[in-house]
Structures are given as structure tokens and as C-alpha cells.
Ligand binder design. Structure first.
Ligand code: ADP
Length: 590
């Protein structure tokens, strides 16, 4: 529990006041519960054995103390009143505390989601979507179960236990000693099982993450799965993960079932001891029968909380395992962070410079070495080179999707790390080779980069990008829903939507991964014309795959093995023998 408090302290802090109020209410309820068996004592000792009440009780009852019926009635009334108070207090405290629990969980979920979105691509490259998603669902649910248990079981039962021991000390210290003897035995048993349950539960959660990520992966590549008839392979892998999850789950169930059984045996032994000692004291006249009954009633109350607490240990173990997984995400520092004092970028002219940039996705695996390149405002700068040379990597450094390992990326002469992320990224439009679509309408997709644009502005962008040409044929035009991932659209259509998206965003800088072949001639011509409109008047960094693009570029950088091996205009580069001429010789101008 303390560990959890430490981990999620900042999430809990705003709820200190209601939690303290709820805690105090729980203590009050425990105190009233302690009073519950006392009317029974009065009935047995004073009414049944016909002794007039003395001391405090006599003072309370006044002249009624002499009438056994009146005492009996007062006891019965007291029982009902106490029970009603307990019920009311439990209701109020449980509503308050469980409500706080719900709010804490909602906050936690939002924190995780917000952080997941901020975590850099370097983090996401190494994670599986399903596994991350299961932290927001399953793991958060485990923490929620703990909070519910803490507020409804742990706190009230602990308060009651402490209260009972304190009262027992006043009645007969020997009973407090007996109660306290049982505690270490229970603690030892619970501790033994807890470690094992926690281990099994951690394994179960890990396997559950694997099951979940296998499902997400399969469903997101279902087209690939079905076209290669790979369903059986997929199912076998699913069964393996699922079996591992089942094994860990069964181990956990077994351990969880043994624990209460062991606790029950210890509890009965304690009960027998109290009965033995208590009855002996009554026989010797050192204890009244009524008080023995109160003690036995307390015993009933003592073991229920202890068993509940023991059961709770598995909830705690599960929550601990979940907390570790959530913590991994929440405290992962793999964020692209802004330097202290980073200022919003002013409207950019579009000057892009990479100065002696080196970069590695993984430590020790350098992908770019000492890359320098420069695009002046309004220029089209092309990157050429074989697959795997590092062109896309260079392109992703400009909107700062990754941070350089050495060197600098400058926009209008300012290091991107000195500018706020949002201000940089909002001035760069990226058109990837295979554009991503969100689920929503065609127009929603175009509006993604320009959420505040009017419908007319979006339609103008769509028109300029030749989206009109196919949107008119869609069942609801621009309001047609795009299937998740854009599966209902062709590659060329997705390209045109992405171009319209960039046009609508109207940024001074465009980073473009030119579509390779794969588009039919008509589609390609629309895409290329749309691109021509997009690039006009902006600084463009383009990963070029076509001869015409290279010819029209103001400057071409030839990239090989993560290095700039040559640079110049197409004419200059073609004039000299080298990689560029070999490479472009095989490209045929369309
Ligand atoms: P190009 O765009 O020229 O084809 P890339 O920039 O995509 O080349 O890739 C350059 C190198 O970086 C390749 O060796 C590739 O395997 C590696 N790489 C690309 N993306 C990642 C990534 N997200 N994580 C690790 N390595 C990557």
C-alpha cells in the first residue's frame, strides 16, 4: 500500500480532504461497532441474573434502572439505534470513499493516456499497441479493485481490529495477548502466500498483455492474414499465449484458495483458546458471563476482518503487479522534451538546415553519420539513395519526431530543441508514402491537420488536391465514413486525402515521401498534380523516387549508408560518374 501511495502520490493528492473525511467516518463507525455487543452484556448480567445495574448504566437509566423490563427495552432500543448508526455511517463513508476511488481511477487513466500520446516514437517503436492498451484497461482495473477493497475492507476492518484489541486490554489484558498471538501466525501465512500470488499474478498480466497484443496485431493486419491463409498459424500462436495465461491464472487460483483455508484453521485455534481461558475465568468468578459473551462476539468480529484482510492480499498483489506496469509507462522518460526556456517558434520562413547530424534509433546502432544539408525558403530539396540509406530517418528529424544524437536541426537558424514542439510541428506538414487515415469522414481526415478550418477551406483544399474527382462518386461524398486505417480507399485516394490534409494545414514546410509506383497511371497523374500545388511556394524536403522530381529539385542530396555522399543539382550530379548516375540511369522518366 505504501509503495502504491508513493507511486501514485501525485494522483492522490487532490483527494486528500475527502479521503481524510472518509477515514474519520470509518473510525467513528468502528467505534460504534465496538459498542454493539454491550447491550447483550447488560441483558445477561443485569436482567437475566437479576442484578440491578450499577455505575454509569444506573446513572444513564435513572429511576428506570430498578425495572428489569425497562432495562431490557432500553437494551433492545440501543441495539437497533446502534445498528442504524452503523448502517448510516457505513453508507456515507463508503459512498464518499468509493466515489473518490472512481475519480482517482479516471484521473489515472487520463494521465496514462496523455503520457502515452506524448511518449516519443523511439518508445512506441519498441512497444506493442495491444500491450500498452491493456495497461489502460486491465491494469487500471486491478488498481481500481484495490482502491475499492482498501476503502470498503481494509480501512474499516483495520480500525475495528485495533479497537477490539484496545477494548480487550481494558477488560482483561490476557485476551489482548491471545488476540495478538494469533496475529503473527496469520501474518506469516499471509506473507508466505502473498509473494507466490504476486509472482503468478505478474506472469498472468504479462501473458494477458501478449494475448491482447496478438489480437490487435492480427486484427490490424487481417487482410494480410487472410490473403496468406495464415489463420491457423495465428490461432496456434494465440493458443500458446492463451495457454500460458491460463496456466498462470490457475496457479494463482490455487494459491488464492489455499490462503483462506489456512487462515480459517489459525482463526479457529485462536477462538478455542479464548473460549478456554474465558470460561475458566468465569468459573473462578473473575469474569462475568456477560463480558465473556461480549468477548466471544468480538472474536466473531475479529476473524471476519482478518480473513477479509487475508483475501485482500491477492487484490494487493495483483494491484502491485499492475502498478509496476503502469509505472513503467507513466515514469518512462522517453519523451521528446522541451528545453527549459523553449519559446514558441515565430511563423517560419521555411529555412531548414541539418548541421553535422548523427542519429541512432538504438544505442550503438548509428543510422546517420555527420549529415549536413540545407534547404532555403521556398526551395525543393530532394533526398535520393537506396532503400535503408536513412532518407526517411532524415525526414523524421525535421518535425522532431526523434532527437538527434549529435549535431543540430535548425529551422530559420534556430535549433528545434529551443522551440516548443507544438509550434514546430504545427508548421510542418508531413505526407508519408502510405498515409494514415483516422476513422471518421473523408472531410474529418482532411481536417486532421487543420482542426479550425472552415468547411469551405477544407473543400477548397480537397479540390486543389483532386479529391473531388473521387469524392463525388462516394456514397455520401465528403461525409462518407472512412473505414479504420483507410481500407475502403485506394492508395491513390489516400495519397490525395493526405495532400489535401497538408494543403489545409497550409504550413511553410512540407516533408514529403513521394509515392513510388503502385499507383495506376491516372491516379498517379492526379497525385502528382496535387503534389505540384502543395509544394508551390513552400520549402519542401522530398524523398524522391522519380526522375522528374529529381530534375525539378533545386538541390539533390545523395544518401548512402547514413551519409551524404554527394550533392548538387540533377544536372551537376548527372554530369559526373558516380552513385547518382548509376542510380538514375535505371529510373525511366515518365
Ligand atoms: P530509407 O528511408 O532511406 O529507406 P530509413 O531511414 O527508413 O531508410 O532507414 C535507415 C535505417 O534505419 C535502416 O537500416 C532501418 O532498418 C533503420 N530503421 C528505420 N526505422 C527504424 C526504427 N523505427 N527503429 C530502428 N531502426 C530503424
Amino acid at each position: 500500500m505504501l509503495e502504491l501511495l508513493r507511486r501514485f502520490g501525485s494522483t492522490l493528492r487532490p483527494y486528500r480532504t475527502p479521503m481524510v473525511t472518509g477515514g474519520v467516518m470509518v473510525l467513528v463507525v468502528a467505534a460504534i461497532e465496538l459498542a454493539l455487543p454491550w447491550p447483550l452484556k447488560v441483558v445477561v448480567d443485569d436482567v437475566l441474573q437479576q442484578r440491578a445495574p450499577d455505575g454509569l448504566l444506573a446513572a444513564l437509566l435513572g429511576p428506570l434502572a430498578d425495572s428489569p423490563t425497562a432495562v431490557l427495552a432500553a437494551c433492545a432500543l440501543a441495539l437497533v439505534a446502534l445498528a442504524a448508526l452503523v448502517a448510516l455511517g457505513t453508507y456515507l463513508s463508503s459512498r464518499l470513499l468509493q466515489g473518490v476511488g472512481e475519480r482517482i481511477i479516471a484521473d489515472l487513466r487520463t494521465d496514462i493516456f496523455a503520457h502515452l500520446q506524448r511518449l516519443s516514437l523511439a518508445f512506441h517503436d519498441r512497444q506493442r499497441v495491444g500491450d500498452l492498451a491493456s495497461r489502460l484497461t486491465g491494469d487500471v482495473a486491478a488498481i481500481q479493485a484495490l482502491l475499492v477493497a482498501a476503502f470498503s475492507t481494509l480501512l474499516p476492518n483495520l480500525a475495528l481490529l485495533v479497537g477490539i484489541v484496545v477494548v480487550a486490554v481494558f477488560i482483561q489484558p490476557v485476551f489482548a495477548v491471545l488476540l495478538l498471538c494469533v496475529a503473527p501466525a496469520l501474518y506469516a501465512v499471509v506473507r508466505h502466500y502473498r509473494g507466490a500470488i504476486k509472482q503468478a499474478s505478474r506472469e498472468a498480466r504479462t501473458h494477458e498483455g501478449r494475448v491482447s497484443s496478438h489480437v490487435t496485431e492480427t486484427l490490424s493486419t487481417i487482410r494480410l492474414v487472410q490473403s496468406f491463409a495464415a489463420e491457423r498459424r495465428g490461432l496456434e500462436r494465440f493458443r500458446t499465449h492463451s495457454q500460458a495465461r491460463l496456466d498462470a491464472g490457475l496457479r494463482q487460483v490455487d494459491l488464492q484458495s489455499r490462503l483462506p483455508a489456512a487462515v480459517e484453521v489459525i482463526a479457529q485455534a485462536g477462538r478455542a483458546a479464548v473460549l478456554f481461558v474465558g470460561a475458566t475465568l468465569v468459573l473462578r468468578g473473575q469474569l462475568s458471563l456477560g463480558v465473556l459473551l461480549v468477548l466471544l462476539a468480538y472474536l466473531q468480529q475479529v476473524y471476519a476482518p482478518m480473513k477479509a484482510l487475508a483475501r485482500l492480499s491477492s487484490t494487493i498483489s495483483k494491484a502491485q503487479a499492475a502498478a509496476e506496469r503502469i509505472d513503467d509507462v507513466l515514469h518512462s522518460t522517453a519523451v521528446i522534451s522541451e528545453r527549459p526556456g523553449a519559446a514558441p517558434a515565430p511563423p517560419l520562413h521555411g529555412d531548414i538546415e541539418l548541421r553535422r547530424v548523427s542519429f541512432a534509433y538504438e544505442p550503438g546502432g548509428p543510422v546517420l553519420h555527420d549529415v549536413s544539408l540545407h534547404a532555403r525558403p521556398g526551395q525543393v530539396v530532394a533526398l535520393a539513395g537506396p532503400t535503408g540509406a536513412g532518407k526517411s530517418t532524415i525526414a523524421s528529424l525535421v518535425p522532431r519526431l526523434y532527437d538527434v544524437t549529435a549535431g543540430e536541426v535548425l529551422l530559420d537558424g534556430q535549433d528545434v530543441r529551443d522551440l516548443t514542439l507544438r509550434s514546430v510541428r504545427s508548421q510542418i506538414a508531413v505526407v508519408p508514402q502510405d498515409p494514415l487515415m483516422i476513422s471518421g469522414t473523408v472531410l474529418d481526415n482532411i481536417a486532421y491537420g487543420a482542426p479550425h478550418a472552415s468547411r469551405d477551406q477544407l473543400l477548397a483544399a480537397a479540390h486543389a488536391a483532386y479529391v473531388d474527382e473521387f469524392a463525388d462518386r462516394l456514397p455520401h461524398g465528403y461525409d462518407t465514413q472512412v473505414a479504420e486505417g483507410g481500407a475502403s480507399l485506394s492508395g491513390g485516394q489516400r495519397q490525395r486525402i493526405a495532400i489535401a490534409r497538408a494543403l489545409a494545414a497550409d504550413t511553410p514546410i512540407v516533408v514529403l515521401d513521394e509515392p513510388t509506383s503502385g499507383l495506376d497511371a491516372i491516379s498517379e497523374s492526379y497525385v502528382m498534380r496535387g503534389l505540384a500545388r502543395l509544394t508551390a511556394g513552400r520549402t519542401v524536403l522530398v524523398i524522391a523516387h522519380r526522375l522528374t522530381t529529381l530534375r525539378d529539385a533545386d538541390q539533390v542530396y545523395v544518401i548512402e549508408h547514413g551519409c551524404v555522399v554527394d550533392a548538387g543539382t540533377h544536372a551537376e550530379l548527372s554530369a559526373r560518374a558516380g552513385q547518382y548516375r548509376d542510380m538514375t540511369d535505371i529510373l525511366v522518366a515518365p
